[in-house]
Structures are given as C-alpha cells and as structure tokens.
Design a protein. Sequence first.
Length: 416
Amino acid sequence: MQPIDQALWGKQGRVAAFWSYGKIGFIPEEGGDPLAFDFNVPGQTAWQFGPEFRTAAGRRKIVLGSHQQAQMKNFIAGNLRRHMWIYDWETGELQEIFARNRPAPWMGVTEVLDAGKRAVVNAIIDGEQRIFLADIDAETYEPVTLPGWGFHYCESLSPEKKRLAWHVTRAHSSAADVPNPFMPHGYSINVMDLVARERILIAGQPDHLYFGPQWSSDGRRLAFLDCHASEDPAHFWADICVAEADGKSMKVITSGQSHWFGATYGPAHARHGGSNIPTWTPPDFCAPPNAPRNFGARGLVSYTRKLPGSHPDVYYDQARPNHEECVFAPENARGGTHLRLLDPDTCAAYDLTPPEDGRWDFRLAFAPQGDRILFSRTWPGTPAELWIMDADGGHPRFLTRGFEEKGADFGRWLGG
C-alpha cells in the first residue's frame, strides 16, 4: 500500500471518506476525483472503515475490516471470517491484527483505547454478539458481556472513554431465555462503566425497538431511536429519544415516527441500505444565526424528517428470509426526507436541507471543527450520492456517486 497523498487532506488537515458497495474511498472536501483504495489482499472483496486513532507518538492510523462478499445469513450466524487491520496513513503499511488468537470467526473493532494499545471488539459466539476489551499486541480478551446476556452491537464510547453504550436484543442461543433486567423487552439501551463494570438500563419496554445510542460531546446524554416495531416490522421509521446517561430521565423529541430509520436505496443492480441514526453536533459547532432563539445551548441532534405520507422504494414481505424482507419496488416510492437539527431541550427545529418531493436526504457527518457537514442523498432507484454543505445548510455541493455508479454512502471525516 501507498500512503495517502498529503494534498488530499486539505487546509484543515482532513479528508472526506465514504463507502461504495464494498470499496472505501476518499475525496477532497473541495471536490475532485475520488480515490478508491485497493488493498490487494486475496479473497477480501468487501472493506469497511473502523475507528481512527493516533498513537502516543502522534502517528495517524485507522482500523479497517474486511471479508468476502456473502449473504446476510452468514453474517448473522457468525460463520464468516472477518479480518481486521491497522492502516498507517503516513507509511501505507497495512498490519493485520487479531489474526491468531480470536474467540470467533466474525469479529469487529468498534473503538480504540490507550493510543492504539487496546480496543473494544465484538464477536458472534453461539448466536450472541458479545463485547470484549482486547489487548491488540498480546491478542488477549477480557469479557465485557457474558454468555446469556444477549446480542449486543452499535457500541459507542463516551468522550472520556470510560463508559460504553450499546443496544442489545435477544440471542439465538441456548441462554436466550435467561431473565435479564438489562434486556427486559426487544431492543434495549444499556450503558456500562468499563472501570467499575456497573451496568445501567437506559431504555427498554414492550413494543419499542430502541436502537443506536450516541453520546453528546459533554458525555451527559445519549440520543437514540425508538421504532414501534410491532406496527412497523420493516423498521422504516422511528422517533428520536434523548436520555440522561445515568438513566434517570428520558424523553422523545420527535413525534409520529417521522425519522427515516431503515434507509434502503439504489438501483436494482446495486441495492444497499443501513440504519440511519441521529448524531450530535461537535463541541465547536455554532448554531446558525437564523436558528430559533436560545437554540442549542447543550448540543443539537440531527434528524432525518420524512415528508407526510412518505414511503421508501421497497415493499415488506414477512415471508422472506430474515434481513431480506424488503423487496425493491420503485413504484412504491413517494414523498421523501430532508435534514434538520433539533434542540433536545426545547424540540425547536432548524432545516439544513429543504423538503423536496422525491428526494431522500440522510446520514449526516459533522466535521470535527463543526464548520461543514457530509450527507447522503438519493432518489428512488438511483445510486446514493455523497454531498457536502456548510454547517448552516448553505452551499450544498455534490461530491461523488462512488465507483462504477454503485453509490457513495456512510460519509465520514478523517483527520482534522
């Protein structure tokens, strides 16, 4: 591998990155030709970004995951081997980690601790996805969650790196029926203190699928989704909740299941999707001058709001295999979505993109400096596009459709 060309990083020392149907790419935020990374590892046809970190010496590195293309059922069963790597931006070196001693074929690195010495990893074992703290060099694993505790994923590390939030659901294992106060119903939100190993139930009640906890920049609150899954088994829509991280209070800050949760998109030959969860503004984000008065004193939350009567370009068929129930049907599409910021204390809203029938905007990524936003945009039956705009929604610009017209999604910032 070669190091990243320094010209890509721009004046702020950052670059826009994206995922394109198994490939990962980079593009300068000012626009230009995207660069596809070909890691040239035999048999590894699908790549994803993991956490970025700096070593104690200040070297910029990132964790990557790779695997062979496979059906969803192989992912869920955990019988597909997933490889993990550390890529060095400066030297281009690609080093495989957790290659020898691993608790399961399917593993992932979700967070990095101690300047690259330790990591939060998950592994699918006996029908459960369990969480471990791992020493990267020694390849040793300390369990955070135990057998019978459920299927955990979407981990999120608090800003001070001492607490871990996740959502958890029932496991497909022999221990699935063990009573668990931290998983009372369906999908529940938990927080664990990684030092004291004290676990808190944040949200969990019948007929509610709570999903995707994200920390506020001050570490005091969590934003996550609440999908009424019994009424919406396709998980198209949800509301946004905000809770104190000590579990003492929670409120719903949207209504009518109006956030686009189960984002599906693309043409027939390149269908894709992925859970679209809310994010918090970074510490240096400034509320737009024309935003509502007293807007955003404690941070703002992103919101993908549907137009009234909207429906995605699929239909739901419960007779199909798990995770294959949404069938491409562009004739079913109507309405659309647009992007907003919400004040979680007042529920006041500010439009980042205007509502437009037929257009679906989703998945925000705030620049670390708070001055720009990446987001995805699509129309029924078309590849997803990566766009960029100013922090107040001004000057929206198209960046890329990815590679081979297969779309660009999961935009994120690297560096900065």
